[in-house]
Design a protein around this ligand. Structure first.
Ligand code: MD3
Ligand code: FE
Length: 215
């Protein structure tokens, strides 16, 4: 009788948040230590840094990138760059595990051919936040975006296609993956200030991987 459930992992399940959005709870849990080790490797070569917006504000979120392209911002604007402005070198390569994770998550959400060329790594210290915005620095909005959350939990704001549209609040926790595509690709979104805490693997911060096809 109980054997009917043998081999079923009760720590993962899918929630549909919109017509093109799937929240894959626990999707990255089985690989969490390997993902963290890969992040450590990336940031050894391309350290986390707090970048400046075109409006002159220093972001509270610290960022790094891996893959052929990295998202950057400075006084001259938001863009993708093949090199790290801190050292002029190419960003570290996308770990094979990241490509596999992003492709598998996208496929599970109905986007079977997702091959990202950019992985932004966001590090939220306690109090860091990301205000409501759209991701529109990419060329092809038919390509989905995949995000993976690690470490401290956060409240994610999921708005509409206009800034003033009401936003749902969604708790994202360690190991959750979200796939945003189709009609939801340009929805406004943000992250409320991360609250103090301690995660046994990640420590006192939240990490988010955002996989995109920029070009
Ligand atoms: C929702 N990062 O880096 S996950 C970002 O948790 C960013 O660090 C957040 O928003 C974070 O730009 C949120 C990513 C995300 C990306 C694209 C979306 C959420 C989205 C597009 C539409 C709706
Ligand atoms: Fe975003």
């Amino acid at each position: 009788m109980g054997d009917l459930l043998a081999g079923i992992d009760r720590r993962t399940w899918t929630e549909r948040l919109g017509p093109g959005t799937a929240l894959l709870r626990g999707f990255a849990l089985a690989d969490d230590a390997a993902i963290c080790a890969a992040i450590d490797q990336v940031v050894a070569a391309a350290p986390f840094r707090r970048m400046t917006t075109p409006g002159g504000f220093v972001m509270s979120v610290a960022m790094s990138n891996c893959g052929p392209l990295g998202w950057v911002t400075d006084a001259s604007g938001y863009r993708y760059s093949a090199t790290d402005p801190a050292n002029g070198q190419p960003w570290p390569p996308l770990p094979a595990l990241f490509l596999e994770l992003a492709g598998d998550a996208a496929a599970a959400a109905g986007f079977p051919d997702f091959v990202p060329d950019a992985c932004l790594i966001n590090r939220y210290a306690v109090g860091a936040r990301m205000s409501l915005h759209q991701d529109h620095d990419e060329r092809d909005f038919t390509q989905p975006i995949v995000s993976v959350s690690l470490g401290l939990p956060a409240t994610f704001l999921f708005g509409g296609l206009k800034r003033a549209d009401p936003a749902q609040r969604i708790a994202l926790t360690h190991g959750d993956a979200v796939v945003w595509g189709g009609p939801d690709r340009l929805r406004y979104h943000g992250v409320l200030a991360v609250k103090a805490g301690e995660h046994p693997l990640v420590g006192n911060c939240r990490l988010n991987l955002t996989f995109r096809k920029a070009r």
